[in-house]
Structures are given as C-alpha cells and as structure tokens.
Design a protein around this ligand. Structure first.
Ligand code: PAF
Length: 283
C-alpha cells in the first residue's frame, strides 16, 4: 500500500490503476480506524480492484466549539489496518493541500433538505463541510464506487443526494453499522468515554430499539413514543440532542402511515456526543 500526501501523486497513482483497466473504490475517513471503517474497506475490496482510502480530519466540518484539535490521530496504526484490509492507496493530505486558497474562500457544496435538521440542526455548517470535502475527493479520485457507513445515516443520505443532483457517475454503497457485543455502535468518539459512561452508552441503541419495537407492534402515537424515549435516555444518564422518526429516503418527518422509516438519535454523555440509528421497513 502506498501512502501519498499530494493531489498530484494521488491522481497519478489512480490514473495508473485505471489505465490497467481497474475498477476504483474510494473510502473516505478521518482516521482513528476501528472495525467499522475496516468493514468499509473490505466491502470496497470486494467490489473493486483498486481501493483508495483517504485519511483527513476535515476542519471545514467541525464547529468552533467541537473536537477538531483533540480528534484522535493514529496514522501508523491506521496504515497497518488499511494494509491488512486490502487497501492499495492511502491519501493523507494536509489542510493546505486540501484548501490551498484558504477555507474562507473555498467554494461550498450545500445539499438541501436531507442536510437540514437532525445533526445538521445541531451542528450548523457540518454537512456543508462534509459535502464539500467529499465532492473534492470525488473529483480528485473519480472512483467508480464509494463506501460510507450507515451509522452516519444522514451523511449517507447527503452524499447520495449529492451524486444524484450533480450527476456524478459514482455508486454510493452504505455499509451496515458495526457494533460492540453490547450493541454500542463503533465510533472513534467512543474513546472519549469514561468507564462509567462506556457502561451507560449501549442505552442509546436500546432506546432506539424500544421505539422500533413499539412501531412494529402497531403504535401510532409517534410523538408520545419519542417523549418516552427521551425520558428513557435521560434516565440512562444521557442528555438527548434529538430522537426522531423520519422517512428513510427523504429524511422528512414521518407520519404514522409511513412504512420506510428510520429512527435517529444523538445524545450527550458528559462532553461526548454519540449518534445512532435504526432503519425500519414495515412494508
Ligand atoms: O464520516 C467521516 O469520517 C467524514 O465525515 C468523511 C466522510 C470522511 C468526510 O470528512
């Protein structure tokens, strides 16, 4: 596996692979890789001949009071994991390489509707930062496919809308969330949790599942379900940011008669914000 830092080297390596007739996959990451990321790379290696991963902690998608400075950076361990998982090329640009004209003057890609509310509501500008950096990666690599985790359900919806609306010939693949044995979705931010917070953390997915079970059992009062769910989160030690039931494709608020639903939650344990979701198709 080669590691390159510049767009010029990246384009040259991808061009070589393409000239050999290889199908190209891209897995964008911010590093500090865990089994969830590795599942994305494994899927990419199954579906393509040449797997490119990017590792870039993108300042454009962090708010002023967020964890940009403390976000874990573990390059050597990440390189080893990517190599084992079948990655061929790793792109680790600097901020200057990605934003050579500065971030203030950077063209911004904004995806309407699906980026609004949920994490987009709590983290203003976050999805503009994601859709901008992902567009840049897509233009640099021009992959045939790109693999993202379903754990970031709204991000996956934003990226899917982005390629659809901008006619990018890239197939977006959503890979199921990888969980610890107690159900907690793997996340780089789990490393911020204290021992007692880590013990409480699986309650996030448990509450989402309780909401899903009630819907499966015919409960129609979605508002009441969410009130109870937030109360359960608080009882488990969380400070809920949101708990919502949305239409799975559009992410518009769900009605009791919708069948393709997603239950999404974000909640704080101390200073750590965790997110999770469950896709529920009743049809
Ligand atoms: O999900 C992430 O790690 C990031 O949002 C992404 C897609 C790599 C863009 O910076």
């Amino acid at each position: 596996m080669n590691t390159v830092k510049t767009v010029r080297e990246l384009r040259a390596a991808v061009a070589r692979a393409r000239s050999e007739g290889k199908r190209i996959a891209l897995v964008p990451t911010m590093g500090n890789l865990h089994s969830g990321h590795i599942a994305l790379v494994t899927k990419a290696a199954q579906r393509a001949d040449f797997v490119v991963a990017s590792l870039f902690v993108n300042p454009l998608q962090f708010g002023p009071n967020e964890d940009l400075a403390s976000y874990p950076r573990t390059l050597a361990a990440d390189q080893e994991k990517l190599l084992q998982a079948g990655c061929h090329l790793l792109f680790t640009p600097t901020v200057e390489e990605m934003y050579p004209h500065g971030m203030a003057d950077q063209t911004i890609v904004r995806v309407p509707v699906v980026s609004e509310g949920l994490c987009g509501g709590s983290r203003p500008g976050h999805f503009d930062g994601v859709s901008t950096v992902v567009s840049k990666f897509f233009n640099m690599v021009q992959p045939d496919i790109a693999v993202f985790g379903q754990k970031d359900f709204q991000q996956l919806a934003v990226v899917s809308a982005l390629v659809r609306d901008l006619n990018m010939p890239i197939q977006i693949i959503g890979e199921p969330t990888v969980r610890a044995t107690d159900g907690l979705a793997l996340s780089s931010r789990n490393g911020y949790l204290s021992e007692s917070q880590r013990a409480a953390a699986p309650a996030l997915y448990q509450v989402i599942n309780t909401v899903a079970d009630a819907i499966r059992n015919g409960e129609k009062d979605l508002e009441q379900l969410l009130v109870k769910g937030k109360h359960d989160l608080e009882a488990a030690g969380f400070r809920p940011d949101y708990l919502e039931i949305r239409q799975a494709v559009t992410l518009r608020p769900a009605t009791p008669d919708d069948n393709d639903l997603v239950i999404l939650a974000a909640a704080w344990l101390g200073t750590t914000r965790l997110i999770d979701n469950l896709h529920l198709n009743r049809s």
